[in-house]
Design a protein around this ligand. Structure first.
Ligand SMILES: NC(=O)c1ccc[n+]([C@@H]2O[C@H](COP(=O)([O-])OP(=O)(O)OC[C@H]3O[C@@H](n4cnc5c(N)ncnc54)[C@H](OP(=O)(O)O)[C@@H]3O)[C@@H](O)[C@H]2O)c1
Length: 356
């Protein structure tokens, strides 16, 4: 056996004897994820991966309740694990450069930093997802969602892609993961619902006719969509909107149609999503997303509390019959008026913030 094998064996014995029976698996997983993130990882990085949490294998381990804050606890835990690993490496006569690097990596594995520290932090975060069911057993759904958010946001882009290869083997965990990711996406994105309405809140006549909407209004809507670069519409709106000649203005806009059905889309820039949340996921690279009807889609976005702001352009017309601005779902949403604007002598724009 070489020196690395001795260290590997010692960590194996310590972690297998730990009170928490997940310590051994976690140590091995972080090692494996390090090798996936950096196949040519040096000995110091590999040893740090195996031993980054080693203090948890001892009876007198640092405990969260002994510290005022979680950060203080994490810092002490990292310092003690680094010290234990350095003692082990000295016992096997490792060189000073390797020992110093292991000390640096383990001391900083919770906070991250440059180069290999970041690889170790990423591998540690990915390994958490392998063992999500264990975390869930000991915590509430809300705590699990918060922890998923925390661990996911620590990951770099490469590591985030690797999470997709993990099978949670549980519908509940899949749903908690999806909810956490949605919260992250929404936190970083402004969702604007933009609609033209009649003075009595209709968005189209029963036969889909919207010829009563003015050119001024279209121009305001079009520039909002083109500036955002993306648009979400319901299936019925997709099939009416794309027939209008003005739709050519959106040739560079990424468009997501929400539908439970599959049908051919009209451009490689268009995609189908089966729910409002999935539509937002597809647009997560955009800062601002425009949701623009019709009534059924608008209602489901508001019911799911996915909208931040609403623009309503009021046309000078009353329609006795028509398609309602919000249709099909029951909900109550409070608004705060941010701005009113006169679009033309006869049209008013209301700009609201959704009160969350
Ligand atoms: N005035 C305006 O500014 C404005 C703007 C946009 C649209 N419009 C008008 O609005 C009318 C269409 O409105 P609409 O309410 O009848 O239809 P819509 O909301 O455009 O489309 C409804 C369809 O979208 C899909 N969908 C909506 N929400 C969904 C969800 N949560 N999950 C899965 N699929 C969902 C379903 O498609 P599947 O049945 O395929 O599953 C549903 O049947 C058109 O006349 C259009 O011209 C007016």
């Amino acid at each position: 056996m070489n020196k690395f094998d001795f260290v590997l064996e010692e960590i194996k014995i310590l972690t297998k004897n730990a009170t928490d029976k997940t310590e051994y698996d976690h140590s091995q997983l972080v090692w494996q994820w390090v090798l996936k993130l950096k196949p040519d990882a040096d000995i110091a990085l590999q040893i740090s991966a195996l031993g980054h949490d080693i203090d948890r294998s001892f009876e007198d381990r640092k405990k969260r309740q002994d510290f005022a804050t979680y950060d203080e606890y994490k810092k002490e835990h990292a310092l003690l694990s680094a010290q234990i690993m350095c003692n082990i490496l000295q016992k096997y006569d490792f060189d000073k450069t390797t020992i110093d690097k292991v000390k640096h990596l383990i001391e900083n594995h919770e906070v991250g930093g440059e180069g290999d520290v970041e690889i170790l932090k990423g591998a540690d975060s990915i390994a958490f997802f392998n063992n999500l069911s264990h975390y869930r057993q000991l915590h509430t759904q809300e705590q699990t969602i918060d922890k998923i958010k925390f661990m996911y946001e620590r990951l770099n882009e490469k590591a985030k892609l690797m999470i997709n290869s993990i099978n949670f083997k549980s519908m509940e965990l899949e749903e908690l993961f999806e909810e956490a990711i949605n919260k992250i996406i929404l936190k970083n994105m402004k969702v604007i619902l933009y609609m033209a309405i009649s003075a009595n809140g209709m968005i189209a006549k029963i036969d889909d006719n919207t010829s009563w909407i003015s050119e001024t209004e279209w121009n305001s809507y079009s520039s909002m969509v083109c500036n955002a670069g993306c648009l979400i519409v319901g299936q019925r709106t997709y099939h009416t909107l794309t027939k209008q000649p003005e739709f050519s203005e959106f040739k560079n806009v990424k468009l997501v149609v929400v539908s439970n059905n599959d049908f051919p889309v009209l451009s490689p820039n268009h995609q189908i999503a089966t729910s409002p949340k999935k539509a937002l996921e597809l647009l997560q690279d955009f800062d601002t997303v425009i949701v623009a009807g019709g009534g059924i889609l608008n209602a489901s976005f508001l019911k799911e509390n996915l909208v931040n702001e609403v623009y309503l352009d009021i046309e000078p017309i009353i329609l006795g019959n028509g398609i309602k601005l919000f249709n099909g779902d029951d909900f109550e949403t409070k608004l705060e008026l941010l701005e009113t604007k006169q679009l033309s002598s006869n049209e008013l724009q209301l700009h609201y913030k959704i009160v969350k």
